[in-house]
Design a protein around this ligand. Sequence first.
Ligand code: B1M
Length: 208
Amino acid sequence: MASFESLAQNVVAGKEAQVKEQVQELINAGTEPLEIINQGLIAGMNIVGPRFKAGDMFVPEVLMAAKAMASGIALVKPLMTDNDLPSMGTVVLGTVKGDLHDIGKNLVGMLLESGGFKVINLGIDIAPEGFVQSVKEHKADIVAMSALLTTTMLGMKDTIELMKEEGLNVKCIIGGAPISKDYANEIGADGFAPDAASAVDLCKELLS
Ligand code: B1M
């Protein structure tokens, strides 16, 4: 039977077919779904995050690992109730108004999901009102905004201000190539993450 360690290693290597095969083997052997997720799939992604941060893994490899993990989760999910699924909190994620870049934002979404967060990925070109509506609808804990253009990053400030105006108790975090910690402080964001793995750490820190 497949071991959790070998499953985790196959997630790291982005070997989707092997991950699916091993997850199915574990299911057939009667292994608890949550054990498969925590000790195999999430354990693998927990290796990917730090490696990516350290520059030992690159974007395509991280995307493959996240895809392999998602395929494993898809097999286990039908065996679980919603209450069984680990949830670290709900994150509303989107690229700000006027901005169509979504590769980094989607990477953030995948790693957050892999880290146990429920992610509402709104997509691209999201106006402040769109973020606010989604926070209300999903009772989100965190809003994560991405911007890749110096012109569109100004929309992050508008979104944070609207959250405050609406009296929403939600943490706002920002990221993207032109974003810095100084900018986050300047506009009153609760945090800045330079990369997708750091965004996961930041969300965990903010909700702890
Ligand atoms: Co655009 N583009 N682009 N582009 N594009 C840049 C950003 C640019 C730097 C290129 C350049 O000139 N050197 C430049 C911006 C200049 C500036 O404002 N400073 C630029 C420009 C000018 C434009 C257009 C205006 C070009 C034109 O039409 N004249 C236009 C704008 C369209 C629009 O948005 N309205 C445009 C269009 C496009 C494409 C559509 C062709 C395409 C986007 C495709 C897509 O996303 N589906 C594109 C691309 C691919 C790029 C570059 C080449 C690559 C961006 C990328 O995906 N990087 C980019 C140059 C570059 O960055 N080298 C460029 C990989 C990705 C993994 O990194 O998104 O930084 P990144 O995400 C990182 C971190 O930033 C962080 O995590 C990720 C890694 O872990 N992160 C977060 C990101 N979001 C986060 C959110 C968080 C936390 C962390 O939440 C808290």
